[in-house]
Design a protein around this ligand. Structure first.
Ligand code: PNS
Length: 163
């Protein structure tokens, strides 16, 4: 049976930390579906379409990676995609409790979908989309934190020239 993993998140925007996890997952699973949560209650910087476009751009060389979005419960989406795995990156102990809660609840709803955690590369352990948004808002340096296409999109979003 082919292994299908869903790699969910807000990706607002995708960072090198995300890309590292997606790339490593793509070496383990036959197909990786990167799934953007279409969450109306949050106030995202990028629209779902913008986040999808950026994800497609930065994963274009990963042939077994698809990009999609979902509404509602992650486990329902994973079941609909016939996925047998959910992949999440784990940065620090602070991530653990939240991730354990979600993984446990997802498993309670559907025990056929297993959650796997990939330890974030040390060089990205401090990195998050919210930190990137904060730095980019004041035109700070994000070159080492996000792919080039994302850096350009951040500059456009905050009205800074693209150098
Ligand atoms: O990048 P994020 O914001 O840490 O991703 C969180 C995400 C999207 C994985 C999580 O919020 C999620 O799965 N949301 C969908 C709703 C859901 O299934 N919640 C868990 C119920 S136990």
């Amino acid at each position: 049976m082919a292994s299908i993993a869903v790699c969910p998140g807000s990706f607002d925007p995708v960072t090198y930390g995300h890309l590292d996890i997606i790339t490593r997952a793509s070496k383990v699973f036959d197909t990786v579906v990167v799934a953007v949560l279409n969450n109306q209650s949050k106030n995202p910087l990028f629209t779902v379409q913008e986040r999808l476009d950026l994800l497609k751009e930065v994963t274009k060389d990963l042939k077994n990676v698809e990009v999609d979005y979902f509404n509602g419960l992650l486990i329902d989406y994973a079941t609909e995609k016939k996925a047998n795995a959910i992949v999440r990156g784990l940065r620090a102990v602070s991530d653990f409790e939240y991730e354990l809660q979600i993984a446990s609840m997802n498993r309670k709803i559907n025990e056929d979908v297993e959650t796997f955690f990939i330890m974030t590369n040390n060089k990205y352990s401090f990195l998050s989309s919210s930190i990137v948004r904060e730095i980019a808002k004041y035109n700070g340096p994000v070159t080492d934190l996000v792919p080039c296409a994302v850096e350009k999109a951040l500059k456009d979003k905050f009205g800074y020239p693209r150098d």
